[in-house]
Write a protein of this length. Structure first.
Length: 416
């Protein structure tokens, strides 16, 4: 049975106000968060019964702005498919600047995101959503059929690395899985001047970047902090975790993304050695994002993996800071230092600092503090510029800055 707005999923003859109320509350919160801004995006999120994509989840939960419904894990318990949180979906759709009548490709299916886009492009537009996992595409197909959006959505089971050549070109491409590289197909199937929105992992740090196609290169037009399940198939390139402390419930590790091979035993010993502290004098608000600071740090340091730790490890004092996305950590031989904060005398202001461990802890902590101060002095009011160039592009044709080499591309990060 097709979904009819204003009807319950249990009894199509009974008007339902609670579902619409949940959507209205969600939309209001998305507006307050700045995730939903344009009238078309607001209208799409207000109309879609997203809870139908995750029937095993409490209905109210599915409308929470930050809730991502995990729909599949691999044999190791790693999340490999999800219905992204409403805030993240709205954020990416706004980044894509989708207009009525457009042809849009989505890499990574779930059904909900494709339906939002289909609502925006209307009957004159079309959405193609691709996923490598047949279980995922079946869920997506069931959802778009139940909600009536199958009229302008095509669901394909295929490796998203290759795009959807039979349906190209596209005005917009939205990638809803973490990618470490940009396959040539995504560029070639995108119209000149079209926008590609992709959660791009750059030396361990993932940002959903809005790129505009300019010939064979992509030029960034803004980015946002995000977290996504990793890409599967030919484009799979996962971060490796090196455990430094493996007591159950207190695990501490380093996420390595093409970083130099570390001195594992030396770093494990350093973790349990006395720590040093260095403070920068730079302050931030309690709710202030550090996404631009962290991207600056990974631009200037060669070996900056991310430190990850369980809450119990912080509670025991083994580490001073934790984050679900990881803490930038400078590694040098058998020593490491990571970013942290401490309260100041001013309410809701925190000073940025560095905690170091190992024989060279003070030296590398001081180096990191110096870059915190450079960021504050020279780059705090600016944003990084990111360009994607084909692999093999000579250095003299790239903008000056940090270059990340991947199999298909060269990623250049520069700062004003």
């Amino acid at each position: 049975m097709d979904y009819v707005p204003g009807m319950t999923t249990e009894n199509s003859a009974t008007p339902c106000t609670s579902e619409q109320h949940l959507r209205d509350v969600m939309v209001q919160r998305l507006i307050e968060l700045g995730a939903a801004r344009s009238p078309r995006v607001v209208a799409a999120f207000r109309s879609l019964p997203r809870h139908l994509a995750a029937p095993e989840v409490d209905i109210a939960k599915t409308y929470e702005p930050e809730f991502a419904a995990i729909t599949k894990t691999d044999e190791n318990g790693v999340d490999i498919s999800s219905v992204s949180a409403p805030r993240v979906q709205a954020m990416q759709i706004e980044q894509a600047d989708i207009q009525p009548g457009m042809r849009v490709l989505e890499i990574g299916s779930g059904g909900v995101n494709a339906a939002y886009v289909a609502e925006i492009v209307g009957d004159q537009g079309h959405v193609v959503t691709v996923d490598i996992d047949r279980d995922v595409t079946q869920r997506a197909a069931d959802f778009v059929k139940a909600t009536g959006y199958d009229r302008n959505i095509t669901v394909l089971t295929a490796d998203g690395e290759h795009g959807a050549p039979d349906h190209a070109p596209f005005d917009r491409i939205i990638v809803t899985v973490q990618a470490a590289d940009i396959p040539p197909a995504w560029i070639h199937q995108l119209s000149e001047g079209g926008r590609l929105v992709v959660p791009l992992r750059m030396r361990g740090m993932t940002r959903t970047v809005a790129f505009v196609r300019d010939g064979e290169r992509l030029v960034s037009d803004g980015f946002e902090l995000c977290g996504f399940v990793p890409m599967q198939g030919a484009g799979e390139n996962r971060v490796r975790l090196l455990l430094l402390h493996d007591i159950e419930g207190e695990e501490i590790g380093l996420r390595l993304d093409d970083h130099p091979e570390p001195d594992a035993e030396g770093l494990r010993a350093a973790l349990h050695a006395p720590r040093v502290e260095a403070w920068s004098g730079v302050t931030v608000a309690g709710d202030e994002s550090k996404e631009h600071l962290d991207l600056w740090l990974t631009t200037v340091f060669d070996n900056l993996p991310l430190l990850t730790a369980k809450p119990a490890a912080r509670a025991r004092g083994l580490v001073a800071s934790i984050s679900p996305l990881g803490i930038p950590t400078l590694v040098e031989g058998n020593s490491f230092a990571y970013r942290t904060v401490r309260p100041t005398d001013v309410p809701d202001r925190f000073e940025l600092g560095v905690i170091g461990h190992g024989l060279c802890a003070q030296k590398i902590a001081d180096r990191m503090v110096e870059q915190l101060q450079v960021w504050d002095r020279e780059h705090r009011s600016h944003r990084a510029h990111i360009e994607i160039h084909p692999a093999g592009t000579p250095d003299d044709r790239l903008p000056a800055g940090r270059v990340i080499d991947r199999p298909h591309t060269r990623v250049a990060i520069t700062w004003p």
